[in-house]
Design a protein around this ligand. Structure first.
Ligand code: G3I
Length: 367
């Protein structure tokens, strides 16, 4: 992990001197101007409503938003017979005001279920509960969201059958995944429907196993006519991750006729010593650049890159994966004061390069 010259935005990447460029200029939403590649971030409605400076940064930097929590069951379903769309609606309104698109996250997940769920859901009503939820939520936002993470985090290499044994799996069996996609398709014919999972990006046996399971699941769904259209790579990365296996995997996903989105990108700085902060920021930036170079290598495949939050102040990693030394982790493109970091410059440079690559027409085969 080499120290990089942060003030110049320059950093060593794979033994090549890479200049990430200055930290001024237009926001990341302006960076890929020609190819339709979008940068965005996860946001909470309360943050946008209460923090005008943060809202300004989100408006400036993001072409696409995703609600970090507002569209999860726990937020949407205060009671089994009630929906609360206030958080999601506020984000959709903000996006519309600022010419931004919105991804929906997430219709089916094993976490963030409301407290009433365990006592109320059983094998007799789980099917109708799931269908009614998806019909109501997708119906409410139909035509307003560019995509939905329909099912989240469903593969598990520890299970003999390869699927996570979630409450939905226990109540409905593996068929709930196909049902969720079909119900979402019927309720919102326009949104692009994704399976979204983590641990698929870096090299190593654990990720190899997960990549294999995801490909098997996607093939099985497609063979059964399930309307899955894309794979979301959550991309919760750690400094030092390598991504040499990624392109082969992406080619296989493309071979299935699917698109790919980077849905929850961030880079944990836990492996880097706490001081100086500049060395941590440079290492994080280098991991962003290394990853984006690989994930955007297949022209046109990835069209959205979203970080899981825009500023270090709001990252989930501070509470879920804190640094052992107690220092606040710095995984995102802006710091707590909304100042751009080397990660921001790495994202901008990577998007600009991909933009140019995405615009190059593929060479015609000679007759
Ligand atoms: O809103 C309540 C608040 O009323 C209460 O006082 C407080 C007390 O703990 O909790 C608040 O809820 C928290 C919620 O985030 C909103 O901030 C929950 O405790 C907390 O568990 C929840 O964590 C979220 C987590 O998903 C669980 O749903 C994280 O913010 C969010 O970043 C994380 O996101 C997930 C993606 O959905 C899927 N991929 C992994 C990613 C990271 O875990």
């Amino acid at each position: 992990m080499g120290a990089c010259s942060v003030s110049l935005g320059a950093c060593a990447l794979d033994n090549t001197q890479v200049d990430y460029g200055p930290l001024d200029g237009p926001g990341l939403r302006e960076t890929p101007p020609r190819s339709g590649l979008l940068y965005g971030a996860a946001v909470e409605a309360s943050q946008l409503g209460e923090d005008a400076a943060l809202a300004g940064a989100v408006a400036r930097e993001c072409a696409i938003l995703v609600p970090e929590g507002a569209l999860k069951w726990r937020a949407l379903r205060p009671a089994s017979d009630r929906f609360d769309f206030r958080g999601g609606d506020a984000i959709v309104r903000f996006a519309s005001l600022h010419g931004q698109r919105v991804r929906g996250h997430t219709l089916v997940r094993h976490q963030a279920l409301p407290d009433w769920f365990a006592a109320s859901a059983g094998s007799g009503n789980a099917s109708s509960l799931l269908a009614a939820h998806i019909e109501t939520v997708c119906g409410h936002y139909a035509g307003q969201l560019q995509a939905w993470d329909v099912v989240n985090e469903v593969v598990d290499p520890r299970a003999a059958h390869g699927l996570r044994e979630t409450p939905w799996w226990r109540l409905l069996g593996a068929g709930y995944i196909g049902t969720a996609f079909r119900t979402a398709r019927a309720a919102d014919p326009a949104a692009v429907l994704f399976l979204n999972d983590y641990g698929l990006e870096a090299d190593g046996h654990a990720a190899d196993a997960k990549r294999g399971l995801v490909l098997t699941l996607l093939r099985r769904l497609l063979d059964a006519g399930v309307p899955v259209q894309g794979l979301g790579l959550q991309s919760h990365l750690v400094v030092g991750d390598r991504f040499d296996s990624l392109i082969g995997f992406l080619e296989q996903v493309r071979g299935l006729g699917l698109r790919v989105a980077v849905t929850e990108l961030d880079v944990s700085d836990v492996p880097v010593p706490g001081q100086p902060v500049s060395a941590r920021d440079a290492a994080v930036a280098t991991t962003y650049a290394t990853f984006l170079q690989k994930v955007l290598a297949v022209p046109g495949l990835v069209r959205e890159v979203l970080t899981w939050g825009l500023t270090d102040a709001t990252t989930w990693l501070r509470s879920y994966r804190p640094r052992p030394d107690g220092l606040p982790t710095r995984p995102l493109p802006l710091d707590e004061a909304l100042a751009r970091k080397p990660a921001w410059a790495a994202i901008r440079t990577s998007l600009a390069r991909a933009d140019a690559r995405y615009m190059i027409p593929s060479p015609r085969k000679q007759a």
